[in-house]
Design a protein around this ligand. Structure first.
Ligand SMILES: [Zn+2]
Length: 255
């Protein structure tokens, strides 16, 4: 086996036979990659901190020839820990939900530097406790494009015309609806909410911009995004279920 090095974020680790672990890493060079770390649970192991979940580390591995067989860890050196995320239950839940989605929905050794960057940015923000809930919702939205998702935000999905303003965002067909196409049975949101949705694809919101977005917009969005992951993308896990069942998510009816 040849050796190779890369940076990566630990998504998951499972102990086996006392001293060993099987790790899932999301890396800059290979996307998701699985590996065996031998002897890592021994008290003398030097790799321990580097292998903790959600830490960013530099890995050197003996890379297996085939995608479905595990590579073997040679060394791991910690680049940046994210220990602050463990101090807040909700924050840990948000990052775990994103980590789980990426683990579930990406293929082994399929490089995707954009997913790597999105995950790393979100980790940094959660670690700093910077608008954790809003950043969670925006990260959920950013990821849908990689799993076959698409919301129609540049034109009316019924007449295909572009407008400056739309009347609603339809959360059954996931597209904007213009004033001419709106029907009596459509559920309508406020003009402010609709114009915020229009900007979702185009802007990378900075911290001070996120802070002025009403929190209920993000709650309303998370409710529908979770539904979209479950019903349309077919990506679901117990952590997403837990967020969906939160009272503040269930109780918000409209914006
Ligand atoms: Zn229309």
């Amino acid at each position: 086996m040849s050796t190779t090095s890369f940076k990566g974020i630990v998504l998951n680790s499972i102990d086996y036979e006392d001293n060993h672990q099987v790790l899932t890493i999301f890396s800059d060079k290979y996307g998701k990659i699985g590996m065996v770390a031998l002897g890592v649970n021994k008290p003398t192991s030097k790799n321990k901190y580097a292998l903790q979940t959600f830490n960013l580390s530099e890995f050197e591995i003996f890379k297996s020839r085939q995608k479905h067989t595990l590579s073997k860890l040679k060394t791991a050196v910690l680049i940046k820990d994210h220990f602050e995320i463990t101090k807040n239950y909700d924050n840990y839940m948000y990052i775990s939900a994103i980590g789980k989605i990426i683990e579930q929905a990406t293929l082994d050794r399929q490089k995707n530097f954009r997913i790597y960057t999105i995950l790393l940015n979100f980790l940094e923000k959660i670690n700093l406790n910077e608008n954790p809930f809003s950043n969670f919702v925006l990260t959920l939205f950013k990821l849908i494009q990689f799993f076959g998702g698409d919301w129609i935000l540049n034109q009316c999905y019924r007449c295909y015309r572009s407008y400056k303003f739309y009347r609603a965002f339809n959360f059954e067909d996931y597209g904007l609806v213009c004033p001419n196409c709106v029907r009596e049975d459509d559920s309508i949101q406020s003009a402010e909410f609709v114009s915020y949705v229009m900007k979702l694809k185009t802007t990378n919101l900075e911290t001070d911009e996120i802070q002025i977005v009403p929190i209920k917009y993000h709650i309303y969005l998370v409710k529908h995004l979770l539904n979209y992951y479950e019903q349309t993308l077919g990506i679901w896990n117990p952590i997403l279920e837990q967020i969906k069942e939160k009272e503040f998510v269930k109780n918000l009816k409209n914006v």
